[in-house]
Design a protein around this ligand. Structure first.
Ligand code: UD1
Ligand code: PEP
Length: 422
């Protein structure tokens, strides 16, 4: 297994091009199942999760072609199978997103219960309940969600909580259903909006994306499309936290600052000077960060996917911050690893109290999930001496060329290929 060796202490300086959003690209790729025509996507990041989904779609019979410059063409003109097997689904939460489109277009689906980051129980009961409300016969059998429907019928679906992939699955199911579907309590995340915009470009009739009430008028069929995936707001936020912690001056290109309000606000409170213009964010940090407390919430609140990274910055801040994780019940696994680097953090249920320390000291730490890994990298950038981050396959699921991009900014970071000693 590869690891990262980071020698802390360098300020970050230079430019980074932000990649396409993993959490937008994945549902968008699944939407290719909704048409027999080619779906040409630009700005698809080169990530393990994307490769996994390409393999899953290919296994079903979708024609897949990676083109130069992060383009991907998918064509589901015929399908060999409506099954998503365990060995491909187990590593990735987003594989559940084939369920809605398969059912909508082919009338059947058999999808293994998903894996993904172990940050909570993460059931898919709301996906199942919603599809049942659209008229599908859905059961869980032998670890698979098995669903059937002649043609889905529009309905009012109100999920018990706000769910991002749940909203996406039901949206993809509803676009080919007969009649009107109302998704109440819908997720407002920008990635949901990006999916809705793609579907509209494919001929779907959708209104209300970006609000908590999405209304869909079902159509008979969708057509092919050329579409550019939105920028990754979590990757951009991660780099900004790195600048906040390590100091320096960095320009992020190809970003979408309007999707990052909550994170930008907290970084400003911490003392990071930020200037947004078009798709560019300039960040300058010339001081030790101030501690900033926050609570994770659904969009437009502070994203749970940024909690660990901002906590790493708070670990070296002036003052004490209180961080509450409201979305996932087990998303503090980075805390014990940050403590190994000298951070002073106490957990009480869903709340972490972070007392900023003047310095961290390098050690070997283990990445436990995707954003936890990113927080350890940020901590490593400021820790004295060498930090070795193990199990970075989590990082490779969701960050495109992270160590290359950081090295480009002057960080002393190298990947040590599996098997070699640190
Ligand atoms: C691939 C992708 O886009 N992943 C993102 C997506 O995950 P994901 O879509 O899995 O997260 P959800 O929004 O569904 O989860 C929110 C909460 O609802 C619960 N829940 C969800 C569905 C369900 O059927 N039953 C249920 O109880 C979950 O356990 C969690 O506590 O949104 C999360 C919240 O912004 C992000 O952290 C993930 O990065
Ligand atoms: C939790 C995440 O991913 P997934 O939902 O795929 O586990 C994430 O992107 O931070």
């Amino acid at each position: 297994m590869d690891k990262l060796n980071i020698t802390g202490g360098n300020r970050l300086q230079g430019e980074v091009i932000v990649s396409g959003a993993k959490n937008a690209a994945l549902p968008i790729m699944c939407a290719s199942l909704l048409t027999a025509d080619p779906v040409r996507l630009a700005n698809v990041p080169d990530l393990n999760d994307i490769d996994t989904l390409v393999r899953l779609l290919a296994r079903m019979g979708v024609r897949t072609e990676r083109e130069a410059g992060n383009a991907l063409v998918l064509q589901a003109d015929r399908l060999d199978s409506c099954e998503a097997p365990y060995e491909l689904v187990k590593t990735m939460r987003a594989s559940i997103l084939v369920l809605g489109p398969l059912l909508a277009r082919f009338g059947e689906a058999r999808v293994s219960l998903p894996g993904g980051c172990a940050i909570g129980q993460r059931p898919v009961d709301q996906h199942i309940k919603g599809l049942a409300a659209l008229g599908a016969d859905v059961r869980v059998e032998h670890g698979f969600v098995v669903a059937r429907a002649e043609r889905l019928k529009g309905a009012l679906v109100r999920t018990d909580m706000i769910t991002v992939t749940g909203t996406e699955n039901l949206l993809m199911a509803a676009v080919l259903a007969e009649g009107e579907t109302v998704l109440a309590n819908a997720a407002r995340e920008p990635e949901v909006v990006d999916l809705a915009n793609l579907l509209i470009a494919m001929g779907a009739r959708i209104e209300g994306q970006g609000t908590d009430r999405i209304v869909v008028q079902g159509v008979e069929r969708l057509h092919g499309v050329d579409y550019r995936v939105m920028p990754d707001r979590i990757e951009a936020g991660t780099f900004l936290c790195a600048v906040g912690a390590a100091g320096g001056e960095v320009v992020l290109r190809a970003t979408a600052p309007d999707t990052m309000g909550a994170v930008l606000g907290k970084l400003r409170d911490a003392g990071v000077e930020l200037a947004c213009e078009g798709d560019t964010i300039r960040a300058r940090m010339a001081r030790r960060p101030r501690a900033v407390g926050f609570r994770t919430q659904e969009y437009p609140g502070f994203a749970t996917d940024m909690q660990a990274q901002l906590m790493a910055m708070n670990a070296v801040a002036e003052g004490t911050s209180v961080i509450t994780e409201n979305i996932f019940e087990n998303r503090f696994m980075h805390v014990q690893e940050l403590r190994r680097l000298g951070a002073d953090i106490e957990i009480d249920g869903h709340t972490a109290v972070v007392k900023g320390v003047p310095a961290l000291s390098g050690a070997t730490v283990m990445a436990t999930d995707l954003r936890a890994s990113a927080s350890l990298v940020i901590a490593g950038l400021v820790a004295e001496g060498v930090t070795t981050v193990e199990r970075i396959y989590h990082l490779d699921r969701g960050y495109e060329y992270m160590e290359r991009k950081l090295a480009q900014l002057g960080a002393a970071i190298v990947r040590v290929p599996g098997g070699a000693s640190a």
